[in-house]
Design a protein around this ligand. Structure first.
Ligand code: ADP
Ligand code: UDP
Length: 237
């Protein structure tokens, strides 16, 4: 497999084509963004930590029967993935109220959500990822009702696998965002699962161990990601 030209440089990852038209290389950079890219900083080791974290989680999800784009880790900061036609819709499941939900509905942070909630957001930084629904996604052609149903079912299946995995490490999976795409017509989990795209709290102290440490200027961001990884069995490069 040969890495070729850069296809896209996102806020945290760069995407490269390969000599295989069905495969891409994801390069996890140290760049860290918040507030739709308004705040950017480089955090040493983040690319390596998220690449190893994501590889570990994607393998757990695949073992649980979830179709993912992940093929294999290529280096400290790179992974080989299937090239997907990305669906520009972010799927968010919440087990506990936090973040934008608290602001939007005026509910208390930490309130348990029973059953867990499911939300859709349009992936569009310029519009600050507005909340959408199935009707809008269908009318604007972002995804079909069948694709949306599959994305929702898979997002909840991920919740069952990961809530348990993190619980064994003494962590609460508060919420998370997933992105899906199409590979030969099938819905496949893409992008990444790392503490950049989820909220994880220590089950006893409720300390934040995720990207909220960066958003809220709490410090110890990468140390917290590494601690989460250590508790669930991730091996860092
Ligand atoms: P952003 O685009 O939000 O700034 P990143 O810096 O993480 O985010 O960039 C990675 C980009 O690659 C995202 O736009 C994501 O949707 C896209 N992507 C992730 N996995 C795949 C894949 N398997 N195939 C094609 N594109 C992908
Ligand atoms: N999230 C993400 N990317 C986004 C928006 C949200 O990874 O563009 C994640 C976020 O880290 C959290 C969950 O999705 O784990 C829910 O985010 P929320 O809607 O509360 O928004 P935020 O408070 O992060 O703006």
């Amino acid at each position: 497999m040969e890495k070729r030209q850069e296809l896209y440089a996102g806020k945290a990852k760069s995407v490269y084509t390969t000599d295989d038209p069905d495969l891409l290389v994801l390069h996890f950079r140290d760049d860290t963004s918040a507030f739709d890219g308004e705040r950017m900083e480089s955090l040493a080791r983040k690319g390596m930590v998220n690449n190893c974290f994501n590889a570990f989680i994607m393998e757990k999800l695949a073992a649980a029967g979830i179709p993912t784009h992940f093929e294999r880790r290529l280096s400290d900061v790179e992974s080989l993935v299937k090239k997907l036609d990305m669906i520009p819709v972010e799927c968010v499941v919440r087990n506990i109220a936090a973040g934008s939900l608290v602001k939007r509905l005026g509910v208390t942070e930490g309130e348990e959500l029973t059953p867990p909630t499911f939300e859709l957001f349009l992936k569009n930084d310029a519009l600050h990822d507005p909340m959408i629904n199935e009707s809008l996604a269908e009318s604007f052609g972002w995804a079909t009702p069948e694709q949306l149903a599959e994305m929702k079912a898979l997002t909840f299946k991920v919740n069952e696998v990961l809530k348990q995995l993190f619980a064994e490490g003494g962590l609460l999976l508060v919420d998370y965002k997933l992105e899906f795409g199409l590979f030969k017509g099938e819905i496949v989990l893409g992008d990444e699962f790392s503490p950049d795209g989820c909220r994880l709290w220590d089950a006893k102290t409720r300390d934040k161990m995720d990207k909220d440490r960066f958003r809220q200027g709490l410090g110890g961001v990468i140390e917290a990601y590494e601690e989460v990884g250590r508790r669930i069995g991730v091996t860092f490069a």
